[in-house]
Design a protein around this ligand. Structure first.
Ligand SMILES: C[S@@+](CC[C@H](N)C(=O)[O-])C[C@H]1O[C@@H](n2cnc3c(N)ncnc32)[C@H](O)[C@@H]1O
Length: 211
């Protein structure tokens, strides 16, 4: 083989190895939010095919009038559609740790005139909501980034009303992707019971009820 081709394949191999193995190990050891500018790149057509926002939200059990919490909305991959699903009589609370992302979401929701969305800057490990005040909470590609998952899940359990639903979705290319069984074990530890599962190894959603 031509040396130039060998060099190109080696570079591609090294990059893939870094993305699939190195980065994952590093982020598992030190979970943290992704740099906020990266959130833009996960909002792309390829992802829309693998984890269609409408289909993903459709698996969560939205109803009009619900009080819904989106933890870690990022660039708003699901936010506008989620706000439409709760309707004028419902409320969508979006909480993100990154102020720049909250500012961008504010522009985005104002542009389309959504008035049923409350944008909150905060840490999922300590939620600024009253106990039993939320009907449905959802996290898409977020849990793996939170250092104290147990604290975040216990907070979600506290703010959900009796019978409330926690929905967690994950997608494999995300370097923070946890296996479905890991997600279920984390949630069980915080008092949730899974009652619905969708998708496959590559992209999944699990719905839990507050125990
Ligand atoms: C990979 S992005 C996913 C964004 C969006 N859910 C999506 O599917 O496109 C993860 C988001 O979670 C937020 N996040 C990470 N750790 C957080 C924490 N402890 N509390 C609140 N938000 C957090 C990040 O700032 C980022 O916006």
């Amino acid at each position: 083989m031509h040396p130039a081709l060998i060099a190109i394949f080696s570079l591609i191999g090294a990059y893939l190895f870094w993305w699939l193995v190195g980065l994952r190990i590093m982020r598992k050891l030190h979970p943290r939010p992704i740099p906020w500018r990266w959130a833009r790149f996960i909002n792309n057509p390829l992802r829309r095919r693998a984890q269609n926002p409408s289909k993903t939200l459709g698996q969560m059990g939205f109803r009009e009038g619900m009080r819904v919490l989106e933890l870690g909305p990022g660039w708003g991959f699901l936010t506008l559609e989620a706000a439409r699903r709760v309707g004028d009589s419902g409320r969508l609370y979006c909480l993100d740790i990154e102020p720049a992302l909250i500012a961008r979401l504010k522009q985005k929701t104002a542009k389309v005139g959504l008035e049923n969305v409350a944008l909150v800057m905060g840490n999922g490990e300590c939620l600024p909501f009253a106990s039993d005040s939320i009907d449905l909470a959802f996290l898409v590609a977020v849990l793996g980034e939170i250092p104290d998952k147990d604290a975040a899940l216990k907070e979600l359990n506290r703010v959900l009303c009796p019978g409330g639903v926690l929905s967690i979705s994950e997608l494999l290319p995300d370097p923070d992707y946890p296996l479905r069984r890991t997600t279920i074990a984390w949630a069980r530890k915080a008092g949730f019971e899974p009652f619905q599962e969708f998708g496959n190894f590559f992209a999944y959603t699990v719905n839990f009820r507050k125990g």
